[in-house]
Design a protein around this ligand. Sequence first.
Ligand SMILES: Cc1ncc(COP(=O)(O)O)c(C=O)c1O
Length: 443
Amino acid sequence: MDSLADKDHRHLWHPFTQMRDWMAEEPVIIARGQGARLWDTKGREYLDANASIWTNIHGHNHPRINAAIRAQLEKVAHSSFLGLSNVPAIELAEKLVSIAPVAAVSDRRRLPEDEQPAVRDRRYSPLTRVFYSDDGSTAVEVAIKMALHYWVHRGQPQRRRFVAFSGAYHGDTVGAVSLGGIDLFHAAYKPLLFEVEHVADAAALRSVLERHGKEVAAVAIEPLIQGAAGMKVWPRGLLAETRRLCDEHGALLVADEVMTGFGRTGTMFACEQESVTPDFLCLAKGLTGGYMPLAATLTTDAVFEAFLGSYEDQKTFFHGHSYTGNQLGCAAALASLAVFEEEQTLEQLQPKIGLLRNDLQEFCELKAVMEVRQCGFIGAVELGSYPWKAKAGIRVCQRARELGALTRPIGNVIVIMPPLCVTEDELRKICEALRRAIQEELR
Ligand SMILES: Cc1ncc(COP(=O)(O)O)c(C=O)c1O
C-alpha cells in the first residue's frame, strides 16, 4: 500500500463508511477527472456512475467552470456576507430567481392582492429571495427555521409542527435529521430531535392536516422521487396534491430539490413537472455543477416580509454561516448555469433519458434484479431481498469498480446517476459494467 493510503487509514474518518471494512481495503484515491471520468493515483480510469454522490452536472474539469473559478480567485476568494455583499452572490441570486419554478395561474390567485410579486412577463415565480448556505442539510435547516419563525412573526406561534414523508432524507444536521424518516440513519439520534409527523402518502397527509392543520408550520417533500430511501419514485400527482393540501390548511411547503435540482429529473427542477411552486426551494449538490459546497434556500416575498421590522423588533433571521455567499462557489454556480444554456444541457439530455430507459430494461432480465426504477436521468436497480449481511449492493459496486464504474449502493439498490454530460457510449459502458457485476457477484 502506498503512503497516501497508509495516511488515509491512519487519520481519516469517511462519511457513511464502516471504517473497519475501509481500513481492511486499499482505498481508491482520486487524482483527477475529465468529463464523466475519474482517474485514481494508480492511473486507473473510472466512469463516475453516481456523479460523485449526485453532485456533478457538466463533467469534471469543465473549462468554462474552471475559468470562472480562476477568474474569481484572481479577484477575491471569500469575504463575509454578514453586513457585506459580493458580486457573484448578487448575480447568482438574480439568476436563480429567474429560473425558479413558475407558478401555475391558480397558484397566483391564491396569493392575497397585496402579496402579489411584480409580474415581470409571462414567466412568474413567487420565489424571489435567496438565502445562501453550504450544503443540502443546511439549505433544509434554513427552511425549517424560517418556516417556524415566519409563523411567530405572523402571530400564529401554535404553528410549530412539521410534517415529512416516511423514508424521507433531508440531510444529516439535527433539524434535517428530525425531518428524516430512515431509521437506519436517524433512530440513534432520536433524543436530539424535534417531533415530526411522518406520513406515507397523500391520504395520510390529508388526515394529519385535517386533525392538526392549524398547528402545522410546514410540510417537507423530496419532489417526484425520494433519493436516499432507495430512489423511490412518487406516484404522479403526489407533489401537486401536497401543494393543494398545504394551501387548504395554510401550511408552507418545503421542496427539497437538493438531489433533483439542476436537470436530474429531465427538467431544471422537479417541481416544474407538476406545476408546483413551493414556499421554500432547497438547492445544493448540482448548484455549482458539482464543484463547490454551496447551497441556496429560495423563498417568497411573503416569508421575507414577515421578517421585516425595526431593529428593536428583533425580527431578524438570526442564522448564517462563515462561508455564506462564498464568491468561488457563486462563480462556479453562475458558470454552471451558463453552461446549461451554452451546451443546451437539458435538450441534449432528453435522448439519454430514453437510452437509460432501454438500458434499465436489460437489467430486468437478470435473476438477481427485483425491480428497476427511473425518474428522468436518475436510474435505480433494486436487487432481490438479500439480507443486510450479504452486502449484495456493496459487492456489486465493488466489482463494478474493478470493471471501471464508480457508484455507491443504497442497501440493495444500485444507483445510476452519471453527470448529465455523460456520452451515450459512456452510459452504455456504465450499465454493462453494472450488469456484469450483478451477474458475477449474485449468481
Ligand atoms: C434530498 C436531499 N436533501 C438533502 C440532502 C443533504 O445534502 P448534503 O449531503 O449536501 O448535506 C441530500 C443528500 O443526499 C438529499 O438527497
